[in-house]
Design a protein around this ligand. Structure first.
Ligand code: IDP
Ligand code: MG
Length: 154
């Protein structure tokens, strides 16, 4: 796969949705130059969220995290581009908004770790797993962005 076809899974969590931040978050990824390849607004099931956060199942906050994540709809997305996983995490900020710099999404829009408004894959490997969990292959759109040659050198 070409380097600029790397993909990451981004989800606006229920608090981000309720606070009207879907547009702001999409705007930041769009204006950076990343390409949206899938977008789904859904009430995720507890089963899906338990799988999504299965790595954290032994943590004391796990049950509360699953409850929070299914407390309302989420906006699930796949974004594509060069180093999008790592850069996406930089754009999100730290897990705890208190440690997130202004200019990052969590640094600008939230206060507490249990209401940190957005999820982003932490590695290319977890991105692949998360995309497969949340989307069917046919839900990912293949298209060429007309901005491509203005975003990338080649
Ligand atoms: P990440 O979202 O930055 O990748 P993870 O460590 O994977 O952070 O944790 C997943 C999510 O679990 C966090 O985004 C946050 O919503 C929640 N979380 C993490 N640590 C805590 C905690 O100490 N208390 C409550 N919720 C937490
Ligand atoms: Mg994580």
């Amino acid at each position: 796969m070409a380097a600029n076809c790397e993909q990451t899974f981004i989800a606006v969590k229920p608090d981000g949705v309720q606070r009207g931040l879907i547009g702001e978050i999409i705007k930041r990824f769009e204006q950076k130059g990343f390409r949206l390849v899938a977008l789904k607004f859904q009430q995720a099931s507890k089963d899906l969220l338990k799988k999504h956060y299965s790595d954290l199942k032994d943590r004391p906050f796990y049950n509360g995290l699953v409850e929070y994540m299914c407390s309302g709809p989420v906006a699930a997305m796949v974004w594509e581009g060069l180093n999008v996983v790592k850069t996406g995490r930089v754009m999100l900020g730290e897990t705890n908004p208190a440690d997130s710099k202004p200019g990052t999404i969590r640094g600008d829009f939230c206060i507490q770790v249990g209401r940190n408004i957005i999820h982003g894959s932490d590695s290319v490997e977890s991105a692949k797993k998360e995309i497969a969990l949340w989307f069917k292959p046919e839900e990912l759109c293949a298209y060429k962005s007309c901005a491509h040659t203005w975003v990338y050198e080649d």
